[in-house]
Design a protein around this ligand. Sequence first.
Ligand code: CU
Length: 506
Amino acid sequence: MTALIIGLSILLLVIVILQISKLTDLYARIRGEEEVDERLNRSQGNAMILFMVGFLTLCIISAYWMRNYMLGYGPHKAASAHGSTLDNLFNTTLLFTGIVFVITHIALFYFSWRYKKTKTSKATHWSHNNTLEIVWSAIPAVVMTYLVIKGLLAWNAVMADIKPGEEHIEIEATGYQFAWHLRYPGADGVIGTRKYTLISASNPLGQDWTDPHNYDDFHPDELWLPVGKKVRVRIIARDVLHNFFLPHFRVKMDAVPGLPTYFVFTPEKTTEDYRNELRNYPEYNVPKDPSDPDSKMLWEEFNYELACAELCGKSHYSMRRVVRIVSQEEYDAWLAKQQSYYQSTIRNTDDDPNKGKLLGYEMDRNREALNMAVDKALVDAGIPMTAEEKAALRLIPLDYVGFETGSSVLTSQSTSQIDDLVGILNRYPDISIEIEGHTDSTGEVAANQVLSQDRAQVIENYLIEKGIAQGRLKAIGYGSSRPIDTNDTDEGRAKNRRTQFRIISN
Ligand SMILES: [Cu+2]
């Protein structure tokens, strides 16, 4: 329908123009051609001047009208440390190009008016003018040189990389059709390695799960950064060209497949600061949704954003991510809530090359837990306790010690926890322990008894080998006589098959 109306309007316009030209012909025949030409030239010359005044006035009015929406003006001063350098460069360029824009437009329309054809006018022939040649070559050359040098200096300042040893936060942004995948380094502060050949449905970034730096990396939905801290963003693309764009921070860098790029910047205004700035301008004191009486104001709903500034496909617009700049305390609290991608999604699944193995950080965690349990049993914290409660604290499970099925051969990962026990016995040289072996009720009672005794003995031998005096150790097998859970389910039996130790004296 709209297309039909537009088509008909164009047809009508063509007919009107044809009719007017016919009328002009008729008029010329009656009044004499020359006189008509002159009249027409005069009116068109005047129209040119009118157009020029109208056009330039509207340019100025629209710029003034939109001043508080444009980056670099009103409330939209740069929110990063380097931003004002780029804004300044932009304004300087705008000043020179603006002068040229106004002068050329005035000249264009003034000349059409001033040199319109009349009965008496005659063209002047100028073959050459040295002064003019020098003026219009030298002025642009000087201005261009100034702009290029200023631009280069700004580029070098803005693009400077992190100096060795300089404190900063490093994060990674990978663009793909159609989103940004963000990655933070986790507690170790180092982003783990990645290989594109490892990319799969469960491993969107191709992280190498044999690199310990990957174990604590996390993938948040929003980009959070603390105010006043230097940030280095590694920028990568997984499919086509994207562009990492943080408009409010004047950060903009191509994300190129196969060619990692980076950008270093320091956010200087928190999201809250920026909202409070917007609050001072009437443009942002209107409801976000005018049809909703409970709608919040535009300034309250403001958020920094990460966009893609490359037309990368049909859903390009949906690559937006919310950016939050917060205080160091808020940032630390947010960090503490983040879950490592490896731990939450990959660990001990079929995609985990470390499945069934204890990892370094898990051994550290187990050691810490065991040390805490022993400290709690031995150090009097001043809390009144019954004799049973005290005894219970002194019975400590060795959850990570295991044996091959039906035998007293330690599994390969068991030694780490027995080594932790060696550390404890060295730390508390006065204590003695009783090592208890327990089985589930599968199989014969007598066989279970022997097996549990053998298993406890294996641990005792291991401890002796590590230099613990034999007199401090005692190995006891209880077979299936002391279950802590039902023997009717798999989980119950797994709990009953256990190794633990009791602190008997200190
Ligand atoms: Cu994109």
